[in-house]
Each structure stands twice: as C-alpha cells, then as structure tokens.
Design a protein around this ligand. Structure first.
Ligand code: PXG
Length: 464
C-alpha cells in the first residue's frame, strides 16, 4: 500500500514539499505555502483532501473532455492490462490497440492525415515533428530549409525543441532556446492590435503579414515549417480575428513551407468541431494531438502525418531513427479508443456546438459587463476574460503583469471553481460534458471571484 494514502493533509503537504518537484513551480514558495491535495473526482467535479468540492473549469489541464469517473475507460484499460500490458512497436512489431487507434484517428482527422506516429505527450509529439520536418526537407533535396517559425505566446510543450518552437520567453531564458527557430506576432488583438489603433479585422491581416514578412526576410529557401495552434490555449485562449487564418492560408499556399497545426488543446471537440483545423478550414501537413485524445486518463499523443510528408518519409524507404519505448502503449491506446467511443456515442463534439458551447458563451459574454473585464472572448467551450484596471481606458493594464490574475484565481479556488490565469486573463475550458446547471454555477462563481478581486483592488486603490 502506498504510504501517501490515508494520511493527513498536513503530512501529505510536508512530504510533498520534502520530495516532490512540481512542474512550472517556484519550489521554495510552494514548500512554504503547501500544495493543494486533490484526492478524487467525478464528472466535472474535484474534491481536495479537506473535503472541499470544486467545479473543474479547466478540465484538468485542458484534457478531461468526457469528465472524470468514466468506468468504460477504466474497464478497457483493465482488460488491456490483463491481455497485453506492454509491448513495443519497434522492430517490425505492432499490437491490436495501436492498429485500431491509428485507423480510428485516420478516420476522425481531416482528409489526407491518414498516418499516426505515437508518443506520450504533446511535447514529445512536437519534438518528433521538428525532426520529421528537417528529415523531410533533407530528403526533398533542400537541407537548408531548417528554420521553424512559431508565434509569441504559442505553447508547444516543455522539452527543449517544443519550448523553442513555443513563444514563452521565460522558458527560452532557461535554456529553452535552440538555433533555427523564429517567432512572429500572435493574432492577439487585445494586447497587440488594439494598442496600435487597429480594428480586429485590420489586425488579423497585419498579424498574418508578419509571418509573410518573416518568411521573406529569412528566405523561403531557409524555412521548413510554420507551427501554430488554431486558437492559442495556454497563451490565453487567443481567438484570432476572422481575417487571420484566411490570410495565413493565402501566404502558405504561395510558399513552399510545411504547416503544423498543434491541436493539443483545440482537438477533440474543444471548438465544437473535432479539430480546430476543421473550425478554420486549415489543411495542415502535420497535426499534433494529445490531451483530449485519451481525456488524460493515460498519457498518449500522436503526430498525424499528411500525404505530402509521407511521400519522402515512407515513399523512398530508409529508416527514420526516432521513437519512444512507450510509442503506442497498449493501455494508453485502449484508453484513447474507449474515450473516443464515448465522444462519438454521446455526440459530445456536436453538444459543444449546439448546447454547452452556446450556453457557456452566453454566460461568459454576460461577464463582459463587469467593471474589471476589458474583453470577454470564447469559441466552443473555451474562453478568456481580460482583466483591466479601468474599463473606460483599455490602454491601461495592471502592473506587475499576472498579479491580479493570480489573485482572482485564488478567490475562484476558494469559491469552489477552478479557473486558470494567464497573465491577467482568466481562462476557462471545462469538460465537454458540463451540464447547463454546472454552467450556471461556473458563471456565478466566476462573477463572485471577479467581485472579490475588484473589492480587494479597490481597497488598494488599484482600480478606477
Ligand atoms: N501543445 C499545446 C498546444 C499544449 O497546450 C503541449 C503542446 C505539450 O503537451 P505536454 O503533454 O507535453 O504537456 C501543450 C500542453 C497550462 C498548461 O497551464 C498547458 C499545457 C501543459 C501544461 C500546462 O496552460 N499544454
């Protein structure tokens, strides 16, 4: 029996601080403060070790599409564990769950993306893509096409290649940068377009042309690929203006560059379509999928590889020296298949488009009238609220950046709702199964958290 089970919260916190290094954490600060201990979950709800209940407005980490406590997934994994708990997919070997999942993914993803390379995380999948891009161009006789263009505030993972392609400067500053990666302006009108006095539509074209400018300056003969999330998630649910993707599509169509759609957050129904690429009618050469692929029940990711890339990857023969011990892990594949079965059977993607999405969007838009909210945006079932000190003058933002977002996030936790803060934007991305009653709870607790944040800031003289 694990020693950590059935011990007090205080003991758990002490032991956690003594031995556990958490991701993206100030270790010293957390050791002083103590971790929040989550002990169980069901549907859209989490419980902590003190018995407090929270509505999980973040679907874990943007991944629990079908909600917690799905026996079908646990049973499928259990059966698979007894039948074949592990075998590798190296050395000309395969197994039924990997075969079934790759076939299913070929069916679900947009036409032309019919082959899956399995990994265990979004980061590994994106690292895989970087290698595939360079391999592709070397075999296509253009080995100089090495540069990958990403975007500021993009998030593609935490391994060195993935963090370099991402646009989080704090990560680059900690050895997360490698040569051959370039970043352009993201289509985030509120922070980038509005201060320049542009309308969202003008800015959408402008941001797209930043990509065009970068390609022309660096040289098309040096650029291997452009990587982008259809809607940037971790960056703050940055919903591009309507003009952005059509202009990017024009630019890519006129140039010989591969396009990578990172669908780790947008995929599996988040936008109301199976994939963000369908929402924006994009035609990627690679698609990164993870998170919602298994609803986070077990780690698994995949690179969906398009026809054009296959021509060199498969067509000419020769070994691609890349893979992971757990590529296509049988239990993870079984979890993903059971998860996809639930998504299909319960028509959860359609539900985002027709029921849950419209209800949450309406409740979210209503929060736009709050004195702290400068913008409320949402697509499908994920969105953000930009917190501002003075609604009548949106040029002002809080300083230091992130403090007010963190304050609001803490109020939200205390109110029984998990929201995430990105800089000073409050983010929501709940499980696709969220009920209308739970949407009402979410909106009520979000408003209460905004009110409490506003009162606290008023007391400090930080709001108008
Ligand atoms: N691409 C995207 C678009 C992501 O959002 C990754 C790749 C990397 O996936 P892995 O499985 O390697 O973590 C992600 C991950 C947050 C947060 O707080 C977001 C992610 C991971 C951890 C925290 O927003 N997204």
């Amino acid at each position: 029996m694990n020693k950590a089970i059935n011990v007090s919260t205080e003991d758990l916190r002490r032991t956690d601080a003594a031995h556990h290094l958490h991701p993206f954490t100030d270790f010293a600060a957390l050791a002083k403060e103590g971790s929040r201990v989550i002990t169980k979950a069901d549907g859209c709800w989490l419980w902590d070790s003190d018995g407090n209940r929270y509505l999980d407005g973040m679907a874990g980490l943007w991944c629990i599409q079908v909600g917690y406590g799905r026996r079908e997934i646990a049973d499928a994994v259990h059966r698979q564990m007894l039948e074949l708990p592990y075998y590798n997919t190296f050395f000309k070997t395969t197994h039924p769950p990997a075969v079934a999942l790759s076939e299913k993914l070929a069916e679900l993803t947009p036409a032309g993306l019919d082959h899956a390379f399995f990994a265990n995380s979004g980061s590994e999948a994106n690292d895989t893509i970087m290698r595939m891009v360079r391999y592709y161009w070397a075999r296509a006789g253009k080995p100089d096409k090495q540069v990958i263009i990403g975007r500021t505030y993009g998030y593609h993972g935490s391994t060195i290649a993935a963090s370099a392609m991402g646009g989080m400067t704090a990560m680059h500053g900690q050895a997360g940068m490698i040569p051959g990666v370039h970043h352009v302006t993201p289509p985030h009108w509120f922070d980038f377009g509005r201060p320049m006095g542009m309308s969202p539509d003008e800015f959408g074209v402008h941001a797209a042309r930043e990509l065009e400018k970068a390609i022309d300056e660096i040289g098309e003969d040096k650029i291997g690929a452009f990587i982008a999330e259809p809607i940037q998630g971790s960056g703050g649910v940055l919903v591009p203006p309507a003009t952005y993707w059509p202009e990017v599509k024009r630019i890519l169509a006129e140039r010989d560059i591969l396009f990578i759609a990172d669908e780790v957050i947008c995929g599996f129904g988040r936008t109301g379509e199976w994939f963000g690429s369908q929402y924006y009618d994009l035609k990627p050469d690679f698609m990164t999928i993870a998170k919602g692929l298994s609803s986070g029940y077990l780690p698994i990711s995949a690179v969906m590889v398009g026809e054009r890339v296959l021509e060199h990857l498969v067509g000419e023969g020769g070994e691609f020296f890349h893979g992971f011990t757990y590529s296509g892990h049988p239990a993870s594949c079984a979890a993903a298949l059971a998860n996809i079965d639930i998504l299909e059977r319960e028509k959860l993607v359609d539900r985002v488009k027709t029921v849950a999405g419209p209800a949450l969007q309406k409740a979210w838009a209503a929060l736009g009238d709050h004195p702290l909210v400068g913008e409320a945006r949402m697509v499908g079932l994920f969105g953000a609220l930009e917190l501002v000190p003075d609604k009548s003058d949106l040029s002002k933002r809080f300083a230091p950046v992130g403090e007010v977002g963190t304050l609001c996030r803490e109020f939200s936790f205390r109110n029984g709702l998990v929201m995430r803060a990105t800089r000073d934007a409050m983010i929501i991305s709940p499980p696709l199964v969220i009920s209308e009653e739970e949407i009402g709870y979410l909106a009520e607790k979000a408003r209460k958290s905004l009110d409490q944040t506003y009162e606290a800031l008023k007391a400090q003289g930080k709001v108008a």
